[in-house]
Design a binder for this molecule. Structure first.
Ligand SMILES: Cc1cc2nc3c(=O)[nH]c(=O)nc-3n(C[C@H](O)[C@H](O)[C@H](O)COP(=O)(O)OP(=O)(O)OC[C@H]3O[C@@H](n4cnc5c(N)ncnc54)[C@H](O)[C@@H]3O)c2cc1C
Ligand code: FES
Length: 314
C-alpha cells in the first residue's frame, strides 16, 4: 500500500497515540493486526515505539487552566481574548502554522469544548491569542467567561498542505483569509517569513465586518490588501504565485482550486481544515470521511489541499 497521507502526530511526543492501543493506528499495519509491515518506513517504527513504551500510548495532551488577561469585543459576533499560560507550559509548542486547541470556560462540561486556531502568541510573556466568532452554544458560553479557560492541546492539523508552508523558501506566496478564517493566517505568515518568502495577504471580512488579521500582519511587515468581494481570480492571476493558502469556508477553497486548474497555474495549495473536529485524537469519528473506500479521519491525516478538494472531502 502506498500511503496517500501522513499522520500529523507521527513521531511527535504524542506518538504512539490512542489508536495504537485500540489497534487502529493510521500508519502501522502491524498495529492494525495485519501480518505484513507496509508503511514503507516513515522515519519511525511506531510498532517498535509502542513495544518500548510497554504497549501503551505516549503522553496525552494535558488540560491546561489558563487565565484570561485580555478580552476585546469588536462587533456583536466577534471577540478576541488573550490567555496567560501557566509557567510550565510554553507558547513555543503552540506556535506552528496550523496549530489549534480545544477551549471551554472553566465551569462548562467537556462537551462545550470548541476547536480554535491559535491566532498569535507572545513568547516573552507566555501568551496565546484567539479570535472567536459567536455562533451557537459553545462560543456563547466561552464569551461569558471572564476569568479562566480550560485548554486542551496543542493539535497541529488545522491546515492541509502544511508541507508546502513549512518547506517554502524564497518563494512568492499569497494568503487569502475570509472572515474568522483569518485567525489561522498569522502563524502561516510567521512561518513563511522565516523562509524569506515574499507574502501578500488578501483579507476579506466576510460576515465579521472586521479584518482580524490586519493589524498583526502589518506589524509583521506583510503586505496586506483588503477586499470586500471574491475578486480572488483577478488577484491570483496578477502575479506568479508558488504557494496559495486559502483560509475560509469550503466554497472559497474550491473556488481558488478551480482558478488554479482552469489557468494551469503551478501554485501549490494549502487550505484551512474545516472538518467537524470534536476530539482531535482520531477517536470520536466526527471528522471521518471516505477516501476511495478507506475511512480517513481529518483530525489526524495530513493530506494535500488539492487532493482533499479533488476528492470532494470537504
Ligand atoms: C481546526 C479548527 C479551527 C477553528 N478555529 C476557529 C477560530 O479560531 N475561531 C472561531 O471562531 N472558530 C473556529 N473554528 C470553528 C469553531 O470551532 C466553530 O465555529 C464552533 O465550534 C461553533 O460552535 P458553537 O456551539 O458556537 O456553534 P454551533 O451552533 O454548534 O455551530 C455553528 C457552526 O460551527 C460548526 N461547528 C460546530 N462545532 C464544530 C466543531 N467541533 N468543529 C468544526 N466546526 C464546528 C457547525 O458545523 C456550524 O456550521 C475552528 C474549527 C476548526 C475545526
Ligand atoms: S475529531 Fe474525533 S476522530 Fe477526528
Amino acid at each position: 500500500m502506498i500511503l496517500k497521507y501522513s499522520c500529523i502526530d507521527m513521531a511527535s511526543d504524542y506518538c504512539p497515540c490512542y489508536l495504537a492501543e485500540t489497534g487502529d493506528c493510521v500508519i502501522c499495519s502491524i498495529l492494525r493486526g495485519q501480518n505484513n509491515c507496509d508503511c514503507r518506513w516513515q522515519g519511525i517504527c511506531i510498532f517498535q515505539e509502542f513495544l518500548w513504551n510497554g504497549k501503551k500510548k505516549a503522553s496525552s495532551r494535558k488540560m491546561i487552566k489558563a487565565e484570561i488577561v485580555d478580552k476585546k469585543i469588536f462587533t456583536d459576533n466577534l471577540f478576541i481574548f488573550t490567555l496567560k499560560l501557566p509557567k510550565d507550559v510554553h507558547t513555543i509548542y503552540f506556535s506552528q502554522a496550523g496549530t489549534y486547541v480545544f477551549v471551554k470556560s472553566q465551569n462548562s462540561p467537556d462537551f462545550y469544548e470548541v476547536p480554535l486556531c491559535v491566532m498569535d502568541f507572545d513568547e516573552e510573556n507566555n501568551l496565546l491569542i484567539f479570535a472567536v466568532q459567536l455562533l451557537g452554544p459553545k462560543t456563547k458560553a466561552l464569551f461569558k467567561e471572564n476569568k479562566n479557560i480550560v485548554l486542551r492541546g496543542p493539535y497541529y492539523n488545522g491546515i492541509f498542505g502544511l508541507k508546502y508552508i513549512k518547506s517554502s523558501f524564497n518563494r512568492n506566496c499569497l494568503l487569502i483569509g475570509r472572515g474568522i478564517g483569518q485567525a489561522s493566517l498569522i502563524l502561516v505568515a510567521k512561518s513563511l517569513k522565516r523562509g524569506y518568502n515574499k507574502i501578500l495577504a488578501v483579507l476579506n471580512p466576510g460576515s465579521l465586518s472586521y479584518n482580524i488579521a490586519k493589524e498583526i500582519l502589518f506589524k509583521e511587515g506583510v503586505s496586506v490588501k483588503e477586499v470586500n468581494d471574491e475578486c480572488y481570480e483577478e488577484i491570483i492571476l496578477k502575479d506568479n504565485y508558488d504557494l496559495i493558502y486559502s483560509a475560509g469556508a469550503d466554497f472559497q477553497h474550491n473556488f481558488i482550486y478551480d482558478v488554479i486548474k482552469r489557468n494551469n497555474l503551478k501554485a501549490e495549495l494549502a487550505i484551512s481544515n474545516n472538518a467537524q473536529i470534536c476530539c482531535g485524537e482520531g477517536v470520536c469519528g466526527s471528522c471521518a470521511v471516505n477516501l476511495n473506500g478507506e475511512k480517513i479521519r481529518l483530525c489526524k491525516m495530513q493530506l494535500e489541499g488539492k487532493k482533499i478538494l479533488e476528492e470532494g472531502l470537504l
